[in-house]
Design a protein around this ligand. Sequence first.
Ligand code: IPE
Ligand code: IPE
Ligand code: MG
Length: 229
Amino acid sequence: MLTHLAVIMDGNGRWAQRRGLPRAMGHREGVEALRRLVRLCPKYEIRYLTVYAFSTENWKRPEAEIQTLMLLIHEFLDRELIVLKEQGVRIRILGDIGPLQPALREKIKNAVSTTAGLEKLHLSVALNYGGRQELLRSAKALAKRALKGENPDDWREEDFAGELYTGDLPEPDLLIRTGGDTRISNFLLWQIAYTEFWSTETYWPDFGEKELAEAMTAFTNRQRRYGGV
Ligand code: IPE
Ligand code: IPE
Ligand code: MG
């Protein structure tokens, strides 16, 4: 059973460059690929979809590209929120939206709160997200609890996991990375301890049902042992 799918949506820039287009066009097509995937999830009985949209390291990119990405998120919410609601999609954000522009922050908060009761698909968008930043944040939250009198010796892995952005989500079953690289790039470091990993050369804007079905088949043929025999 594949309950939770996580995706590192990579290769937008190279998709565009290969066509002689500006990188922004690749990001625009990348949004279309995300819309497609959201619509495919019910068919494949995927209940949780977590996508990497912007990492804490992506601030290193040129200002214009960052602006494009933020604008696309803005547009995505303007255009898709009604449809997402109809589809029963609950939106969560993993990451710190504090540094985003106030107008975008408000739009995001509204999307999160107005979809909070929905549960056909749990869509989590990692936005200004970094795995190490998330681990540090969890450690800080526990340290504060200790200062309030809790005994750290009583804590178990669940206590640490509960302070992550993903505190109320199951762990991913499958992690897909598009764009041909086989690295994690600071995504979900804690949560993917036993996640199956599948990578494809396909650039994210070209990712569609064919690739999803291929990944699902590969996943089904894996034997997950969790350290057992
Ligand atoms: C992924 O595509 C989108 C983000 C990281 C925001 P890239 O922009 O990283 O595309 P490539 O890897 O340069 O082709
Ligand atoms: C990972 O892609 C981040 C997102 C998909 C948002 P990057 O393109 O930023 O990763 P690196 O730089 O190739 O590791
Ligand atoms: Mg990339």
